[in-house]
Ligand binder design. Structure first.
Ligand SMILES: Cc1ncc(COP(=O)(O)O)c(C=O)c1O
Length: 499
């Protein structure tokens, strides 16, 4: 496929601006451009085709089944987009005075109240823009809490599970705490003996996701909470897996003090590739004074932003947070209403259905009922036929499915982490099972076909590390000066290097 610069022809335009009738601005000579910017020049149909072709090469939840474990890639209802595009929301300026933005403030306040109820906690800040930022904010709250008690120097250690999402240890380090890992036992729970040996007066808290990244609900969660509270430490709940438990069990009731919620996953947003996201945090009342400012508060029938919080950790994001994300999530939650638990029940049912149908062909490291996702291992295929989790993932693309998350959590070799979500019908789940079984059978009959996969996608196997670490996002004009000329096939390939 040609790059947009290679399609460019001098003088072509996709639109035209009206002639202006304003006086010419006085731009000092030394600040004026000497040459026009080197922008691609295309007609509108060429432009539309270019971006449509790019979109066609992509894969998303609107293209097909996307069981990417830990990412909750559910359908994004279109009504959310209608609501967020209402002029009152869409055209709102962040500096709009409070009297003229009462509807938006009310929506934020109501969302805060709903999330506090879902989490079983007392107060919410909507500010963080992602789960990982919610984590950092939550840990900063922990620090502020212990500083207020004169224990900041003493409480230096935060404990995470060996199944933790990578953002957990990263957030611990960024917040200036020391990291300690606790092991998982043979049933997939936190190893209580290991935990007891590690929790002491230096412990600031635990960071845990429950259900864990193995898709398992910890069978001793109340005991875990007691171990930390007895030591005067706090409990942080990574709520990225909240899709499994909404309306069924609440982190606050389990004993957690701080929770982040991934709005973009649990409550539907078109996310991926870095955004947009929302990572609100909910906290127990003792932590409320430290929450970021401004808080959205209600006074009678009016709503306002409250900056007057002397113990606040400050702002963690511009303005009130990612407002469009709030509107979509609010619409999603309200569409379920009091029946929100059906969302989680269907997510858990779908995951268990897949697990039951796949556990004959793939290894199941923890043979228990799962929550909203589960982790298989391709270890049997690797041992018997040399087929890895990566090979399975690539071959699935030929069957029209997005691969599951692979090689995570780290404690499961050749991990395939599958999260179907609640928005998939049985036929899709069955088709996915058929594909996974066909791949397991093919591993025995024709392993090379799997190793060479994908066969039917626009690109084959890429050097993904290089693509991520050495992304070249600037067109190499100097290497390709003659943009007006049709490039030869060889040049087109070369051009990719400069793009
Ligand atoms: C368990 C878990 N924790 C934290 C995060 C981080 O959330 P975000 O990607 O919004 O920063 C994720 C993201 O997938 C996750 O799965």
């Amino acid at each position: 496929m040609k790059l947009i610069f290679e399609r460019s022809r001098p003088g072509r335009r996709a639109g035209s601006l009206p002639r202006y009738d304003l006086p010419k601005a006085e731009v000092p000579e030394e600040l004026r451009r000497r040459t026009p910017p080197r922008l691609p020049e295309l007609s509108e149909p060429e432009l539309v085709r270019h971006f449509t072709a790019l979109a066609d090469r992509n894969f998303g939840v609107d293209t097909g089944f996307y069981p990417l474990g830990s990412c909750t890639m559910k359908h994004n209802p279109r009504v959310n987009e209608r609501v967020v595009a209402l002029p009152g929301f869409r055209d709102l300026h962040p500096y709009q005075e409070e009297e003229a933005s009462q509807g938006a403030l009310e929506l934020m306040w109501r969302l805060q109240e709903i999330l506090a109820e879902i989490c079983g906690l007392d107060a919410v800040s909507l500010q963080p823009a992602a789960g990982s930022q919610g984590e950092l904010t939550g840990l900063m709250l922990m620090r502020a809490y212990f500083a207020d008690r004169g224990e900041a120097e003493q409480r230096r250690v935060v404990i995470t599970a060996d199944t933790a999402h990578g953002t957990n240890p990263a957030s611990v380090a960024m917040a200036g705490f020391e990291l300690q890992k606790v092991e998982t036992d043979e049933r997939g729970n936190l190893d209580l003996d290991d935990l007891r040996a590690k929790v002491d007066e230096r412990t600031a808290g635990l960071m845990l996701t429950n259900p864990s990244t193995l898709g398992l609900f910890d069978e001793h969660i109340e005991e875990v909470a007691a171990i930390f509270h007895d030591a005067g430490a706090l409990l942080y709940y990574d709520g990225a897996n909240l899709n499994a438990v909404c309306g069924i069990s609440r982190p606050g009731d389990m004993g957690f003090d701080i929770v982040h919620i991934n709005l973009h996953k649990t409550f539907s947003q078109p996310h991926g590739g870095g955004g947009p996201g929302g990572g609100p945090i909910a906290v127990r009342d003792v932590l409320e004074p430290f929450l970021p400012v401004p808080a959205v508060v209600r006074e009678g029938d009016a709503f306002r932003l409250d900056f007057d919080r002397p113990q606040t950790i400050g702002k963690v994001r511009g303005f009130g947070g990612p407002f469009g994300v709030f509107v979509r999530s609010y619409a999603y939650i309200r569409a379920y209403g009091p029946g929100l638990r059906e969302m989680s029940e269907a997510a858990v049912l779908n995951a268990n259905y897949l697990l039951a149908r796949l556990k004959e062909d793939y290894e199941l490291p923890f043979d228990r009922l799962c929550m909203h996702e589960f982790v298989l291992s391709a270890r049997n295929l690797k041992r018997e036929h040399g087929i890895s989790a990566l090979d399975v993932a690539k071959r699935l693309m030929d069957h029209g499915f997005h691969p599951p998350t692979i090689y995570f959590p780290l404690i499961v070799p050749e991990a395939l982490m599958i999260e179907p979500t609640e928005t998939e019908p049985k036929e899709t789940l069955d088709a996915f099972v058929d594909a996974m079984r066909a791949i397991a059978a093919e591993a025995a009959s024709d392993p090379q076909a799997i190793k060479d996969a994908p066969h039917r996608r626009p690109v084959r196997r890429l050097d993904e590390v290089k693509a991520a670490k050495r992304a070249i996002v600037k067109y190499g004009f100097d290497e390709h000066p003659d943009l007006g000329r049709e490039p030869s096939a060889g040049e087109a390939i070369e051009a990719q290097k400069g793009a």
